[in-house]
Design a protein around this ligand. Structure first.
Ligand code: MRU
Length: 368
């Protein structure tokens, strides 16, 4: 673990025994962002220091750091680390601010769907612009405070979403979840899986079915790892097994995170989420989406306006296998996210409260 007991390293979430380390931290001397390399889990727990813009871009693109809220926290610290370097290079405020505008745009181009990336970078750059004309080193001090504030707020929102989400569950419920929206993706308890940790910590037991989440296996590699280590009853299933566990009557609720929420309540989340919602609707099982208000994109009217990231076909054909599992020339379509229609969603749980249909009204009310 990098660093000692600084304010930043004390920002840990409360569901320890799960991850007794943070997925994203600032190195105490401020020179680098320290992340868990999530691509190596569950086999190896390793930390990576990011101090170079290209390494930061690469870490986000390649999912070493992933999950919408964790990407936001990471982006805030990345911006700060780069600002320190620019302040040492540029003596004038104007040159510093212009350089930081370019760094913001570069980091923001690493992944398109999770709105928390542009949200955090926009918030950091807003601080730079608000200190117009000041000595760049003084601006850097304000940027550190802002990045730590984003981190602290993330932990607080995660706790509140988890508390509210757990109130929707009864002792003994079966819960099906998809992808990873636990401590690694969000810090603290998490969002989509936060209520499972919160319920467990507060004496309510749930039985979790974790979809493996093809093609990148966040459910198998990360969610079942986190839940198992926390002592929560978890069963890993392939994505195409969700229907049978629902039909067997083993699932009383579905809970997932989100990467971008449109103002009509359509939700972009990990590919396969909309299929789970359609199945849940068929079997009359409540389908809950959980995420912070920073994931609600007020400039996005409907799910049709959300840009869906398309990724390398080799993630499907070769990535996890000793030998390729498809002909190299076979065409693949590999969207990383899909959009779940708002009319399939029972409730959207945010840190400011639980929104229910009609979402165009209940989501707008969060910002009044
Ligand atoms: C906590 S973000 C929402 C998640 O459910 C999920 O879609 C997600 O983790 C994003 O996927 P990833 O592509 O791994 O960054």
């Amino acid at each position: 673990m990098a660093g000692g007991e600084t304010p930043e390293s004390q920002l840990r979430g409360s569901s320890d025994g799960v991850t007794n380390v943070d997925a994203v931290e600032l190195k105490p001397d401020g020179s680098a962002v320290v992340i868990i390399d999530q691509t190596l889990l569950p086999n190896r727990l390793e930390y990576v220091e990011l101090s170079d813009a290209q390494d930061m871009y690469d870490a986000i693109l390649r999912l070493k750091v992933r999950g919408a809220p964790a990407i936001g926290v990471c982006a805030g610290y990345c911006y700060y680390v780069l600002a320190r370097q620019e302040a040492d290079r540029e003596t004038s405020y104007d040159a510093f601010a212009a350089a930081m505008g370019r760094q913001r745009d570069y980091l923001n181009s690493s992944r398109p769907t999770a709105v928390n990336l542009s949200w955090a970078l926009g918030r950091m750059h807003g601080v730079t612009l608000a200190h117009s004309g000041e000595d760049p080193h003084a601006v850097v001090e304000a940027l550190r405070d802002e990045a730590v504030a984003i981190h602290r707020e993330d932990l607080a929102m995660s706790e509140e979403i988890s508390r509210l989400g757990a109130s929707l569950l009864s002792d003994g419920d079966g819960v099906l979840t998809h992808c990873n929206a636990g401590p690694l993706a969000c810090l603290g308890y998490g969002t989509g899986q936060g209520p499972l940790f919160y319920a467990h910590d507060h004496g309510k037991e749930v039985h979790v079915f974790a979809d493996e989440t093809r093609p990148l296996l966040q459910g198998a590699r990360l969610t079942s790892y986190e839940l198992q280590r926390a002592g929560i009853d978890v069963t890993l299933i392939c994505d195409n097994m969700a229907s049978i566990v629902m039909r067997n009557g083993w699932v009383q609720a579905c809970m997932v995170g989100c990467d971008r929420v449109a103002m009509n309540g359509d939700v972009a989340n990990k590919i396969g989420t909309s299929g789970v919602a359609i199945l849940a609707h068929h079997y009359g099982i409540p389908f809950y989406v959980l995420g912070p208000t920073s994931t609600i994109d007020r400039s996005c009217p409907t799910g049709d306006d959300i840009k869906i990231e398309e990724r390398d076909p080799d993630e499907i054909k070769t990535m996890w296998y000793a030998e390729p599992k498809a002909l190299p020339e076979v065409r693949c379509y590999n969207p990383a996210f899909d959009v779940t229609d708002h009319d399939l969603i029972t409730a959207i749980v945010t840190e400011r409260g639980i929104c229910r249909p009609p979402y165009d009204q209940s989501l707008a009310a969060l910002f009044e």
